[in-house]
Design a protein around this ligand. Structure first.
Ligand code: NAD
Ligand code: GLY
Length: 374
């Protein structure tokens, strides 16, 4: 079990600052409206001659100039690399675009990378930072709800392989995370919903009170109520920071953050990356993993109904695609990073607010697949 900090009161007027504890690699998560263009408030930026903003055309068009302006006060050279947009481009050729540009510009090993965008940009930039000249510093500037509540925090970096999600990557912590809540104003509704899936995840795995809070506030979150969004980002980051600080490399408890992901990753890889959004696949996967938990006798069926209703109210899918039948599902899930010796392991809910990683009898997994696949 991880001991969680009590929830800080989230304010929409003043930025908040959380710390994620990794000894001399500890870093801050700055949360607030407008913080992206206020680099003076960030503190402790790595010193270098050159900063490189890695983004995509959509996000660079919206926020690239503001970040460039903020960084110009700190770095003599500020470059921007624009990647193609979308999950389908979280791959080797796109990763190489970053290396090509860094080398072409003569960027040295002090160069600081700034990941400006959603989880795709964050994961690929983090991996580039881990590998370029054996490691350069990087800063996460997440601009999707999903990236602010999950992917920018904790140092998992990766690209996809056609056979499996996030299969090639590294644990590599950023120096700072800057969550500007104002960037969420331009996020399409479908992407906001995808981010809500990861917010919803934290209650069942770690915080029963937060689960009830998400049930009470899901409509406000969908309507982008600023106070609700600020609290959701704050509490999600608090929980994620506590879990990751306890188990940086997923030897143990960090696996609970993958609630819903075993089914979800199979959906993403099975349909082809980008067909369903990551958060959509996770939402459906969480309802399926809740069903599995009920079949194991751990939680009552009413919990599955609550999860399903909550995800639906958040605009998320709760019925799964068939793929090529249960055998393809099982093949894809055997590739999951949590599998051991070919045995698939699932994050199950033991009671609301507590999760565990378990091998589950295949008959029960097949029952869940039969119940959910269209
Ligand atoms: P994404 O990065 O594809 O961004 C979603 C879309 O929103 C993109 O088209 C992007 O251009 C656009 N966008 C981004 N910010 C915007 C803004 N402010 N306004 C308008 N449009 C904006 O998707 P995502 O949901 O942010 O991230 C999903 C990825 O994150 C997946 O690859 C997943 O595997 C990864 N992930 C990683 C971790 C981790 O711990 N590293 C955790 C969860 C998810
Ligand atoms: N999103 C899962 C993790 O960070 O471990």
């Amino acid at each position: 079990m991880v001991s969680l900090p009590s929830s800080a009161s989230a304010t929409i007027d003043a930025p908040s600052r959380l710390s994620i504890e990794f000894g001399d690699r500890s870093y801050d998560i700055l949360i607030g409206r407008g913080v992206l263009s206020d680099a003076a408030a960030w503190q402790a930026l790595p010193r270098a001659e050159c900063a490189v903003i890695v983004s995509n055309a959509v996000v660079a068009g919206l926020y690239g100039a503001a970040l460039q302006g903020a960084l110009a006060a700190h770095y003599r050279r500020v470059l921007t690399v624009e990647l193609p947009d979308g999950e389908a481009h979280k791959d080797w050729p796109t990763l190489n675009l970053i290396f090509d540009r860094l080398l072409a510009e003569g960027c040295d090993r002090k160069t600081v990378l700034f990941a400006l965008g959603g989880g795709v940009v964050g994961d690929i930039t983090g991996f580039a930072a881990a590998a370029y000249m054996r490691g350069v510093p990087f800063v996460q500037v997440p601009t999707t709800l999903l990236a602010q509540v999950d992917s920018s925090v904790g140092g998992k970096t990766a690209i996809n392989h056609p056979r499996g999600k996030n299969m090639i990557g590294a644990f590599y912590q950023p120096r700072l995370v800057v969550c500007d809540l104002a960037t969420l104003d331009t996020l399409p509704a479908r992407e906001l919903s995808a981010g809500l899936a990861e917010v919803i995840k934290y209650g069942p795995i770690a915080d029963a009170d937060f689960f009830e809070w998400t049930e009470r506030h899901v409509d406000g979150l969908c309507a982008r109520d600023p106070a609700a969004i600020a609290h959701a980002v704050q509490r999600s980051c608090e929980i994620k920071a506590a879990v990751v600080a306890a188990d940086e490399r997923e030897a143990d408890v960090r696996a609970i953050l993958n609630f819903g992901h075993t089914f979800g990753h199979a959906i993403e890889a099975g349909l082809g990356y980008g067909e369903w959004l990551h958060g959509e696949a996770v939402a459906c996967g969480m309802v399926m993993a809740s069903d599995l938990s009920a079949r194991l006798g751990l939680v009552p069926r009413t919990f599955v109904d609550r999860m399903s209703a909550l995800c639906e109210r958040a605009g998320l899918p709760v019925r799964a695609p068939r793929l090529d039948g249960p055998e393809q599902w099982l093949d894809l899930m055997r590739l999951d990073k949590k599998a051991q010796g070919g045995e698939i392991r699932f994050v199950v809910i033991e009671q609301i607010g507590r999760a565990a990683l378990r091998a589950v009898p295949q008959t029960l997994v097949r029952e869940t697949l039969a119940a959910f696949c269209e």
